[in-house]
Design a protein around this ligand. Structure first.
Ligand code: S3P
Length: 194
């Protein structure tokens, strides 16, 4: 029988969640991982904007970050309540809330941390509509966010992937990284089920 690449082959419904700082490639890589696994993909920031009719920037500017974080947490829990296994690309700050970290470390979720040094991520991160925190100095901002969050990413991660080598050496780094994510979860499934 052919080796299954779906981590659900162990019999448990496991959602796959990508975490990491802005610029790590969570959205594009997550979409490709979902295609490889033939699962639905959700980008949490896009989903929040779609459900609320307001962009992430509007949430920050009109309601402030704490209210955005509450909405982000509610959405994460809703997405992970789905019966069907999904692939979720989270916003970089999802690990701040303890209730989110508790949900992400539950048995039915596999978390992949797409890790990169802040200076490297700053060199490839574009200020975007959904990134109000990335103001004038992305490098300084990402360095500060990394210092605040590194231990939380580490706490929730089942798998850590350093994105830097692929970005520096591969012609299609995000395709390569999506394959690495799938290989990582298959390897983990095989280790935990044997
Ligand atoms: C944030 C990251 C953004 C978005 C919001 C806050 C953060 O998402 O959720 O601007 O606190 O790191 P991406 O990581 O997808 O850019």
């Amino acid at each position: 029988m052919a080796e299954s690449t779906d981590p659900d082959a162990s019999g448990r419904s496991r959602h796959l969640v990508l975490v990491g700082l802005m610029g790590a490639g969570k959205t594009t890589i997550g979409r490709r991982v979902a295609a490889l696994l033939d699962r639905p993909f959700v980008d949490a920031d896009d989903e929040l904007a779609e459900r609320s009719g307001r962009s992430v920037r509007e949430w920050f500017e009109e309601d402030g970050e704490p209210i955005f974080r509450k909405a982000e947490a509610e959405l994460l829990h809703t997405l992970l309540d789905a019966a069907e296994p999904v692939v979720v690309a989270t916003g970089g700050g999802v690990v701040i809330a303890e209730e989110n970290r508790r949900r992400l470390t539950a048995d039915d979720v596999t978390v992949v941390w797409l890790h990169g040094e802040p200076a490297f991520l700053a060199s490839r991160t574009k200020p975007k509509e959904h990134r109000p925190l990335l103001a004038d100095d992305p490098r300084e901002t990402l360095q500060r966010l990394f210092a605040e969050r590194e231990h939380w990413y580490r706490e929730v991660a089942d798998i850590v992937i350093d994105v830097q080598p692929a970005f520096l050496t591969e012609s299609k780094p995000k395709d390569r990284l999506a394959e690495e994510v799938v290989a990582g979860i298959v390897h983990r499934r095989d280790r935990t089920s044997s």
